[in-house]
Design a protein around this ligand. Sequence first.
Ligand code: GRF
Length: 198
Amino acid sequence: MLRSTKVRIAILGSGAGSNAKALCVAARENATLYTVALVISTSAKAGICEVARDEGVELCVISGDVKGETFTEQLGSLLQDHRIEVLVLAGFMRLLPPEILRRMHGNVLNIHPALLPEFGGKGMYGIHVHEAVITAHKVESGATVHVVSENYDEGAVVGQMRIPVEATDSPLTLQEKVKLVEHQLYPAAVDQFIRTLK
Ligand code: GRF
């Protein structure tokens, strides 16, 4: 459908924030169907907090146990109060509480640093993913944006970008290359998803 106003997204993470940065930059350059209304971090020390401050985006930190009821309640209230239409995970390493998925009507996206369905699931995060890709002698890797479900890395794929794995790649060099791909893919995939919203 054609929208006259931008879709309000929140970015949730606890990492360096490089994907949050890419999402904010694309929006700031007015090249997207979304606006970043809120950044939520589960750690006050995470790089993603710095990104939010640099970009002038409202930041909320929810600390404590992400499996607990308090986390679910606080996150749910933030999403409601800020009228968030799509929740975008970027470096959120835990399963999202099912109540949040229901509240968001399934409009939750995640980015994974490999070509799902391969190299996904519990324990497949960060450098472990790239170690596994290299150990399996894959000639290609990349990044996947998918809809979040109640299981790790299993929802419908929204977009993927591929890169070759070179014989000289280490897990670290591959991680760096995949990150660059993620930064191109994520803003485009969020827009792609928004186009499918009723
Ligand atoms: C990314 O590699 C993403 O694929 C994974 O977590 C990492 C977050 O990195 N889900 P950053 O915080 O966006 O730099």
